[in-house]
Design a protein around this ligand. Sequence first.
Ligand code: DCM
Ligand code: DCM
Ligand code: DCM
Ligand code: ZN
Ligand code: ZN
Length: 249
Amino acid sequence: WGQEGHSIIAELAERRLDQDTLRKVKTLLGGVSMASVASWADDYRASHPESGGWHFVDIPFDQTAYDPMRDCKPEKGDCVIHAIARFRADVTDCSKSLTERGDALKFLIHFIGDVHQPLHAETRFAADGTDDQGGNKVIVTFFDQPNMKLHALWDTGLIMHTVYNWGAYVTRLQTGWLNGRDVSSLDGGTPIDWAVESHRYVALAYDIPANGVISQAYYDKALPVVDRQLAVAAIRLVRLLNETLHNAD
Ligand code: DCM
Ligand code: DCM
Ligand code: DCM
Ligand code: ZN
Ligand code: ZN
């Protein structure tokens, strides 16, 4: 996701955390909001290119299961599945400094978001063995915007076309997808389950007209998936933080 998506997930999560967990989160973050640090991992990446692979997992388009040897290779710079496991351990590791644990929390907030972006759980291989880097090499036209990467359509385009200010998207989800919904069956699972579930939406994401022009019909199909994935990411982030920080001091 782009900044907006990450802020939406973090803000929704912050509003749903246990009070005790929220207090610990605020200590780790030095008092600032979760939304304000939700894209820090992207800034970090600019000066630490070796962290680029932490943001996604390359389950091939035509596969349905995760294979760590195939999809999370160390030579590709690791993957989001391993990154979540590592930072989950780091956030309560008392041999680490408060700064290090705070950074681990910022990474967790970001990567639990990314694993829910369908194109961060996928890459599509061509016959020659090259891949499209999670839709980064597929170019579409989105209403008045030509030359948009399919990946960027899902990171930011669909969100920004719907509401310009991300805070309004938080309201949209609270009054829409999340309103009155029993989420107790949705917050379980492992990061692998979340990636495999994200991957189920990639056929829909690649169902683009031959001329590359995104239609209203595509938008109408895609937006409920964006809503669902943003909301579910927040719910799972809440569960993970409540559980991880529960017994920590
Ligand atoms: N813990 C934590 N934050 C701290 C201190 C401890 O998250 N400031 C966690 C780390 C361990 C557990 O609490 O999971 C017990 O830590 P210890 O063995 O240091 O008491
Ligand atoms: N990305 C991805 N899957 C890949 C490669 C990249 O999801 N196989 C993501 C990481 C960034 C975005 O796409 O969020 C742009 O990547 P880059 O800056 O490496 O082109
Ligand atoms: N914004 C919003 N809702 C919030 C916070 C900010 O809609 N709760 C908007 C205000 C800015 C934009 O998002 O137009 C970028 O804010 P930031 O730089 O804080 O992400
Ligand atoms: Zn992305
Ligand atoms: Zn990212």
